[in-house]
Design a protein around this ligand. Structure first.
Ligand code: NI
Length: 164
């Protein structure tokens, strides 16, 4: 496994709509492993392929409840509303409160290419929406309604679990 270079905003790679993955090749499997290693070292709780320069529809997540891999994830249902303070590995030192759905149902493929569903509430629902946004060229600050709430923080001084 190896640690990948994380793309920093406003690199245009982060603004592209990512392509679906048609087959889980050995390259994809290696990328999944490398993305987990990169995410854990950062540390972060989620990582999308475009954040490491790959414009394909792949996300990895671990909010402390075990690793989640989703290939070609799609939100099929969402409801409710919640606000978490978010950050992103591509925007070091920036955080802001983001309103998102508090409940989501996501369909996709697992690391073996088999169909999988996730039903999520709370922080995991936010992380799923944040990562899936990356696949459509969106970053969390796009969703901040009041830009005066975007804060510069020093992540170095205190690791934050919200870096996704
Ligand atoms: Ni992010």
């Amino acid at each position: 496994m190896s640690i990948l270079k994380v793309i920093i905003y406003p690199n245009p790679i982060l603004r592209k709509k990512c392509k679906s993955i048609s087959k889980v090749t050995t390259e994809i499997t290696k990328l999944i492993n490398d993305m987990f290693e990169t995410m854990y070292v950062a540390p972060g709780v989620g990582l999308a392929a475009p954040q490491v320069g790959k414009n394909i529809r792949l996300i990895v997540i671990d909010i402390g409840q075990g690793p989640i891999v989703l290939i070609n994830p799609k939100i099929v249902k969402k409801s409710g509303q919640q606000t978490f303070t978010e950050g992103c590995l591509c925007l070091p030192g920036v955080e802001a409160p983001v309103d998102r759905a508090s409940y989501v149902e996501v369909k996709g493929l697992d690391k073996a290419g088999k169909p999988v569903d996730y039903i999520a509430e709370g922080f995991l629902a936010t992380v799923l929406q944040h990562e899936i946004d990356h696949l459509d060229g969106k970053v969390f600050i796009d969703r901040v309604k009041d830009t005066s709430l975007i804060k510069e923080v020093r992540f170095e001084s205190e690791p934050k679990e919200e870096r996704i």
